[in-house]
Design a protein. Sequence first.
Length: 286
Amino acid sequence: MYTRVKILLVAVFIGSSVCPEPIDPFKATVGPRGLVSNALSSNMVLQRSPHRANVWGWAKPSATVTVQLIDDQSHTIHKGTTVAVEDGRWQYSFPPRPADLREYTIVISAGGETARLTKVLFGDVFMCSGQSNMQYSLSMIDNSTMHIEDALAQNLIRIFKADRNPVYMDDPVDELRFVYFHPAWSWPKPDIITSFSAVCWLFGRNLFTALEGRIPIGLVDAAFTTQIEGYLSPEAYQQCIQYGPVPCYSNIPKTVHGNSSLVWNSVFHPLLPMASRGFVLYKGEA
């Protein structure tokens, strides 16, 4: 059972940097479709049981995709297959696995192509999002040097930072335009932890301590400053306009920082297959 971790004004729902090229903010560009989604990489944390962790990506339509899970003794402990659908997308769900401090390797192959993801952990994954409060980086807070030094010693907390410059998409997309770290997931390192969300990191760090270091933690920094309508799926946005107790704006202009479903279409929708323990939201205060 979780020990409660209190962070002021944060809602928790349980259930090397690369800059983008200048682009037209209203042009629907997405990341390339590879055998493995760009939201997955070596060093990642997959959600532990009772959830089923997912891996996904792209192959030729109707191609058979083989997925192997290999333990730290080089033993294949699980192997399964799935088939890519008409548009080439494939997804595979592992049987539920308990949290484990050991690192695993995932080997994915299809059509003569193979991807190998190493140093993978099973633990609890949390999505972190919100406005500038959640974007505020670890290097900017009080006692930042102390927190950064502590972070650099935490190998069992892994971090992922999604695109903070989403572009306007009329429809949801399936891949992030780009990710900040390469590989996409990492343990804290000097060149990346300083730009990571302070609230997201401290939430995960405090939770890891409360759980006595027994559960690896995966943190997804997906914060972006926009109106709340930008976080809603197109379907939810329309329902909010029609039925919301405080209706959403019905005519949101197409600006980078204010339009309907901006973050949902370009950031959250690509991450939907990622099984997680919960969602940490820090958006607005009165």
